[in-house]
Design a protein around this ligand. Sequence first.
Ligand code: SF4
Length: 233
Amino acid sequence: MTRCSLIKASLNSMFVSIQGEGPLVGVRQVFLRFAGCGLSCRYCDTDFAERIVCDYKHIYDFIYEHLPLHSVVLTGGEPLEQVGFLYQFLPNLKASLGIKVFLETAGYLPQEMQVIRDYVDYVSMDVKAPYAAGIEPLWDRHRRFIEILSGEIQLILKLTLTPGIHENDRESIEEFLFGVDRDILCLVLQPVHGSESDRGFIATLFDWQRRLISMLGIEVRIIPQVHKFLGME
Ligand code: SF4
């Protein structure tokens, strides 16, 4: 038995699918959905009750079985809540398969990110709008999180938005984005699933996209969750 086979992760599920969000939409990936999260966003659709404990070999075999893949996605919940597992798992995974790692995170655990940053290729970070999510503002944590990312990591920022975007959210989001001093692959405005038919809301996003492009000079895209339209996980 190798040392790695003793490493365990607590997952909600493990599956193969396509990337349904953001600029890499449609690529083939294995998803490791980590159980547990330190936040409690009001629109959260993760079932925290389901948990399976998987060891390194089980996860490695699942990934190997589904090759070829664009990358392996660490999602959740919040994967960085299990940084001990990731710190041992990721170097071995990359050394064995040379596969890219795509981290989806709420960007509130900068110290944990620092521990694994050398093994991550893409970070898709949720920028949490406090009123929409119904949580305390995370601006300082978000700033420190972005600061510690290495230059090789491709960073995607994602805003999950609900109809009736609060004006206070818009102002604090713009102030935060204006202070980001780093290359960004793309800023994604993602309407929460089910809100696509709200024409007024989509028109608001369209206007805001224009303002953000003008103000920030970065790539800003409106992209819904495509996998949900296809009935995929
Ligand atoms: S950060 Fe993500 S997983 Fe955690 S509560 Fe919010 S939506 Fe759910």
